[in-house]
Design a protein. Structure first.
Length: 98
């Protein structure tokens, strides 16, 4: 299961950057690498290919690398049926010498 943030393709503007890779609407093929700026040809490709939305698990960052003030609504993309979590094993305490 992947927890992605859904970004409407009409919200993608030249110069935007994200803290994690941005994927096409299939959630598998990468549209933009982490930290790279959106170029005019990226925006044109979204329009030409009629891509409705993009997905990322990061957030928009400004020119200084900080989180952008714009908020994006999260969308959970779940390719699998829900399943029960397995029980975790207890971890032994670390040796006091470390």
């Amino acid at each position: 299961m992947n927890n992605y943030i859904r970004i409407d393709s009409t919200d993608i503007k030249e110069g935007m950057r994200f803290s994690a890779p941005v994927f096409f609407d299939d959630g598998k093929n990468m549209f933009l690498a982490e930290g790279k700026s959106v170029k005019s040809y990226h925006v044109a490709a979204l329009k030409r290919w009629s891509i409705p939305y993009l997905l990322t698990y990061g957030h928009e960052i400004d020119s200084t690398g900080n989180r952008s003030r714009k908020t994006v609504m999260p969308a959970i993309v779940d390719d699998e049926e829900p399943r029960e979590l397995e029980e975790l094993e207890e971890i032994e305490p670390a040796d006091e010498r470390y």
